[in-house]
Design a protein around this ligand. Structure first.
Ligand SMILES: *[C@@H]1O[C@H](CO)[C@@H](O)[C@H](O)[C@H]1NC(C)=O
Ligand SMILES: *[C@@H]1O[C@H](CO)[C@@H](O)[C@H](O)[C@H]1NC(C)=O
Ligand SMILES: *[C@@H]1O[C@H](CO)[C@@H](O)[C@H](O)[C@H]1NC(C)=O
Ligand SMILES: *[C@@H]1O[C@H](CO)[C@@H](O)[C@H](O)[C@H]1NC(C)=O
Ligand SMILES: *[C@@H]1O[C@H](CO)[C@@H](O)[C@H](O)[C@H]1NC(C)=O
Ligand SMILES: *[C@@H]1O[C@H](CO)[C@@H](O)[C@H](O)[C@H]1NC(C)=O
Ligand SMILES: *[C@@H]1O[C@H](CO)[C@@H](O)[C@H](O)[C@H]1NC(C)=O
Ligand SMILES: [Cu+2]
Length: 601
């Protein structure tokens, strides 16, 4: 029996492993990022220095194809700040050292130094990139990262794909804002309120559309703090992806994106092209302790059917009723992980420490960057890498075993909303309490969704809880943290040490990463304290500020102490206090002072 040539080719193609075929079109895409200061005025209210790339801001939209190898040569030309890059939502499977968070998987890149990020993207969807150096990304160092999917299950259903962002925006630079925020003069931890909202980094965003066409919109909240309500007047959104996970189509009139979340949706343009339509994004003012009267939380953009027609003013909506993402179904139908092999709680609270400033805590610990980046501790502590003690008392480390189903129960004892992000994974959201529900009660009967929604960033409601599950199948050190920049910087983070002994065998850190550590004088071996001999001796580890003396914990009292002190002792005394943390003795005398003045009850 003879095979014709074409039949032979068909056989060959069917027999070839699928991966091999894909690698044929996988490309290596190289970007040089010269990170430096430029000036910008995106809201038209204040020109300011922002962090740009290659002299440009807004930062470029990066668009790859699934399977591509990405090389980013990062050159720090800021002159006065260290930096780093994180690619939000990418699993970095096999390349944990390319994940980016400083103190977790790498050292800070000092001015004048360079580092190469080199990884493949075997994912599709809507992601973003940003600095993961303390406090830095809201100064402009954030942009979109799209992974195009030639096999998008919805590919026949739209004509064009476009991506844009929403964000909050500040007029002051982060180092100054942080110094004022983490400060005894701000004992309640009131976060700086943004000055405006941006849509695709402007307040005058327009998007040309053609009648009757269907658009695939990818929307990312690249903000520092504010969640955003988003809607398009006169149009319905058909959600098809969240955080890189395709969903069954779900219709929505309004969506809510926390900082760091993404939604993709199809929008069909009207057949009539006579008028333009407003798209509105509105910052969630519930997050702001005090709403300044002059603040406009809204930004309007337009679907432009006719460039010569007017841009209508946005209509007011009387209530925000966003789509509930809990009801989404993943398109791949991945079923509930119906049991957990390892379950743990992270209980959130906000409180003051002995320096008088306000901090965030998981299980009474405020995350403090270790002396040795945690990944380097994994790689240099041998068998002891399985023992969480090695990672220090201030990193909230959990060691995860290969292929275990992990259950993380987040309980919030705080009236704020917090968007939590897990690096290295997406996760199933199996339960989310309503506002005020309190802590999760595991002994109660809970009915979980059969195919839970998956994403990589999810919000906990005020004084409530959520439960997420994922499989530990990605060796690495993965940060779990609040994506409100203010809260990450006051310690709202925990560390997942996933399959550390396998990581030791499979990962080798490139020399240029270690050069960066030498340049920043950061230790790269031993436990969290840099001890390479006695791995369980944490002497010398970085610690958070000491707690307030006993009986002196209420933030209200702290506020009172300082308002009284400033009234009685004057400016000179306050300036002195500003330069040194408070000792127990000072607090004691302040307490006695107030008691005498009859100030406390
Ligand atoms: C760093 O330099 C830029 C550009 O000169 C300046 O705008 C910024 O305030 C400086 N930041 C710090 C923290 O010194
Ligand atoms: C990126 O990593 C691959 C795989 O380890 C390696 O072959 C390649 O040389 C690296 N490229 C650069 C520019 O570092
Ligand atoms: C990304 O590139 C693909 C082609 O590779 C294109 O079809 C798609 O529209 C681009 N996406 C964006 C958001 O630019
Ligand atoms: C949004 O901004 C990015 C970066 O400037 C740009 O590449 C992209 O095309 C813009 N999106 C739309 C829909 O215009
Ligand atoms: C912002 O939009 C909301 C919803 O339409 C509206 O209630 C509010 O008054 C607007 N604020 C300003 C300052 O326009
Ligand atoms: C948790 O639920 C169980 C079973 O419903 C109940 O008996 C128990 O009182 C609950 N615990 C708390 C702290 O609410
Ligand atoms: C990582 O790669 C391993 C081996 O290919 C695979 O089994 C696992 O599912 C991957 N995990 C993630 C989160 O991509
Ligand atoms: Cu938070």
């Amino acid at each position: 029996m003879a095979l014709s040539l074409s039949n032979f080719l068909v056989c060959l193609l069917t027999l070839l492993p699928k991966g091999l075929l894909h690698s044929v079109d996988a490309a290596t895409v190289t970007h040089d990022f010269n990170v430096g200061w430029v000036r910008a005025n995106p809201d038209g209210m204040a020109e300011r220095p922002v962090i740009g790339i290659n002299g440009q801001w807004p930062l470029p939209l990066l668009n790859f194809t699934k399977g591509d190898r990405v090389i980013v040569n990062l050159h720090n030309q800021l002159g006065n700040q260290s930096t780093s890059a994180h690619f939000h939502g990418l699993y970095q499977n096999g390349t944990n050292d390319m994940d980016g968070p400083v103190g977790v998987t790498q050292c800070n890149i000092p001015p004048g130094h360079s580092m190469t990020y080199n990884f493949t993207v075997d994912q599709h969807g809507t992601y973003w990139y940003h600095s993961h150096t303390r406090g830095q990304y809201p100064d402009g160092w954030r942009g979109q990262f799209i992974v195009h999917d030639p096999e998008n299950p919805y590919r026949g259903q739209f004509d064009e794909e476009v991506a844009f962002t929403v964000s909050d925006w500040y007029h002051d630079e982060m180092p100054g804002l942080l110094a004022g925020f983490i400060n005894y003069k701000n004992p309640t931890g009131a976060e700086p309120v943004p000055k405006s909202a941006l849509m695709n980094d402007t307040t005058d965003f327009t998007m040309a559309v053609e009648p009757g066409k269907t658009y695939f919109f990818r929307l990312t909240n690249i903000g520092a703090f504010a969640g955003q309500y988003f809607w398009i007047e006169g149009h319905t959104m058909k959600i098809i992806e969240v955080d890189g996970v395709y969903t069954e189509p779900a219709e929505a009139d309004m969506i809510y994106l926390t900082a760091a979340q993404r939604y993709s949706f199809l929008v069909t343009a009207k057949d009539d092209s006579s008028s333009n339509f407003a798209m509105v994004s509105s910052m969630d003012e519930d997050l702001f302790d005090v709403v300044p009267p002059e603040l406009n939380p809204n930004v309007t953009g337009w679907l432009m059917y006719d460039a010569s027609a007017p841009k209508p003013t946005a209509k007011f909506v009387d209530a925000f009723r966003p789509f509930d993402d809990f009801s989404l179904q993943p398109e791949d139908g991945l079923e509930l992980f119906d049991h957990a092999d390892y379950s743990f709680n992270l209980d959130l609270k906000m409180d003051n420490l002995g320096d008088g400033a306000n901090y965030a805590f998981f299980n009474d610990i405020t995350y403090t960057t270790p002396v040795v980046p945690t990944l380097y501790s994994v790689l240099t502590t041998g068998d002891k890498a399985d023992d969480p003690t090695v990672y220090g008392a201030y990193t909230n480390s959990h060691v995860l075993k290969k292929n275990d189903i992990i259950e993380l129960i987040l309980n919030s004892n705080d009236p704020g909303k917090h968007p939590f992000h897990l690096h290295g994974h997406n996760f199933q959201l199996v339960h989310r309490g309503a506002a005020g529900a309190g802590f999760y009660n595991a002994s109660r009967e809970h009915s979980f969704p059969a195919t839970p929604m998956r994403r990589d960033t999810v919000m906990v409601n005020p004084n409530s809880n959520f439960v997420i599950r994922f499989r530990a199948d990605n060796p690495g050190v993965w940060l779990f943290h609040c994506h409100i920049n203010w809260h990450l910087d006051t310690g709202l983070a925990a560390t997942m040490i996933e399959i550390p002994l396998e990581l030791q065998k499979t990962l080798s850190v490139p020399e240029d990463h270690l050069d960066v550590c030498r340049a920043s004088r950061t230790h790269t071996s031993g436990n969290a304290a840099g001890n390479t001999v006695d791995l369980l001796d944490l002497n010398g580890q970085n610690t958070s500020p000491a707690p307030l003396p006993a009986g002196f914990t209420a933030r209200g009292i702290v506020a009172l102490v300082f308002s009284c002190l400033s009234a009685f002792l004057g400016i000179g005394m306050i300036a002195w206090y500003g330069s040194a943390p408070l000792g127990a003795a000072e607090l004691e005398s302040a307490k006695r002072f107030i008691a005498k003045a009859g100030g406390t009850k």
